[in-house]
Design a protein around this ligand. Sequence first.
Ligand SMILES: C[S@@+](CC[C@H](N)C(=O)[O-])C[C@H]1O[C@@H](n2cnc3c(N)ncnc32)[C@H](O)[C@@H]1O
Length: 275
Amino acid sequence: MKKKLIIKICEKNKKKFSQIIRNTKFEIRGMLNSELLLVFSLASYLNINQIIESGRARGYSTKILARSFLGSEKYIQSIDYDRFGKDVKFSEKNLKKYRNIKLFYGDSIQLIPKLIKEDCIVIIDGPKGERAIQLALKILKDKRVKIVFIHDLHKNTFSRNLAEILFPHAFFSDDKNFVQKFKDLDKPIWEQVRNTGRAPYKRKGEKSESYGPTLAVIFNSNTIFDNLAIKNYIKHKSKKEGIKNKILKKLQTGSLVTAMIRESLVAIKHKLKRL
Ligand SMILES: C[S@@+](CC[C@H](N)C(=O)[O-])C[C@H]1O[C@@H](n2cnc3c(N)ncnc32)[C@H](O)[C@@H]1O
């Protein structure tokens, strides 16, 4: 899909979406409203009912999508591997009232392929970076996955460079025309995070070339799987597997015991953060 059409579809949906997000409290680590407009508009345009989200945390994106699709046949399946943290409890409580959401716990890398039942879109907002790209490549092999969205692909990062090479037709939400037309949707968010070092064209207090965290939109129809860059990347990854990746992979694909170890580590991390 061409950039012009993507922007046109979003323009058509902007008014309705503005009503949806009105008076909705933002949650830290959440996606921007302008990014979520892309998900809402494209899922509506393509008439896709199954929406899979990887990475829920405090559930801002989940809540906005649930509100966007209220009263329709669309449903959201939201995955997070954190079972014990504060965020889990928070989002469980806050999302309970939405009948069109189902919450899943576990590793998306294992869960997503099992969840796909019909034409769907997948939003990856955890794992991040290269692991998100690897997950996208894995699930895009299934032609029922019509779009994969990957969050946090700021310009001038290795993951962004890689995404641009592997998915040359991808659209990025830091596109200048897109930002110009839809940045007003994010005003309440920027106000809320004023003291956190997050602001337009700023990341962790430093100047950034991207307007915001940035959502990549990857259409399966544009992804050619015999593309040389993709083939070479997959070959390279399978050969040069460092010790860190080997351990991560083991933890991802391992037994219940390893899954429990990983979850305990996440829980410990959360406890330490609170100290
Ligand atoms: C940035 S937060 C998600 C924010 C949320 N999408 C929003 O807009 O409010 C990232 C989440 O991804 C989860 N995560 C990271 N890797 C994951 C994986 N492989 N499978 C499932 N969840 C994962 C983390 O536990 C964390 O809660």
